[in-house]
Unconditional design. Sequence first.
Length: 262
Amino acid sequence: MTQGSLPQDPTLSSSPTRPGAQPTKSRPGFKQFPGSYSLIAITMAFFLGQFLSIEFFQFDWLLELGAKSRSEILAGEIWRFVTPMFLHLSIPHVLVNMYSLYAIGPAVERFFGKTRFVAVYLLCGIAGVTLSLAFSPYPSAGASGAVFGLLGSLGAFLYLHRDLFGRFGLQQLRQIVLVAVLNLGFGYIVPGIDNLGHLGGLLAGIALTFTLGPRYEVVWASADDGRLVDRQPWSAVRVSFIAACGILSALSVVVLFFLARA
C-alpha cells in the first residue's frame, strides 16, 4: 500500500543485566525469528506467482483475484480482506515492504513471540484493508498496512516499558513516532498511496499491544543475574485474540452493510 521505507530498528535484548541498561543487538536468523522470515517467504512466493502469471499469461491473475476492491468484496469475495497484504504492484514495492518487515519484524517477534507476532501482523493487515474499504473506493494491495501495524506495536510496547528500557527505549520510541508521522505525511502528499490502509494498521497495532501485548518485568535471581518475565504471555491472551478477531469481523460486516446501502 506504500513504497515508503521504514528504517531498521535494533533488535532489543530480552536479557538485560540491569534495569534501564541499554539492550544489546543480535544477528537475526530464521530459527530465532521464524514468524518474520516465514511471512517474508510467503509474500515473496506470492510475488513470484504474480510474476509468473504476467510472464505466461500477460496478466496478473493473483492481483486481479486478491487485491482490495470494493465492488468484488461487496459481491462476496471476503478473502480480499486478507490477500491484499500478500500482493504487490511492482518489484520496488515488494522489496521496500519486505525490507521494512525484515527491519522491524524481529524486534517485535522477540518480545511478542512467534504466534502473537503473526496474529498481530495479520489482524493489522485486515484492519488496514477494512479502514481503506470504508473510506476509499480505489483498489489497493501491499503489506505496508500490516508493517505499519508492527511499527505501532513496537512503539506501544516501548511506551509501556519505558521504565524498563530507559533512555534507549525513549530514543527508539521517538524515532518510531517520527517515522510514522513522516510516512503518513508522505502518503498524503504522494498520489496513489493507500494512506488509510497504513493508518488502520498503525492504530490496530497500538490497540492490540495496549490490550493484549506482553508485559515484562525484570526478575533478579541474584544481584548480577536478571531476566525478563512476561506477566501477560500468549497463553493468557489467546482467547482474547480470538475475541479481537470477532470484533474486527463485526466491524467489517458493519462497513459492508453501510457500503451496500450507499
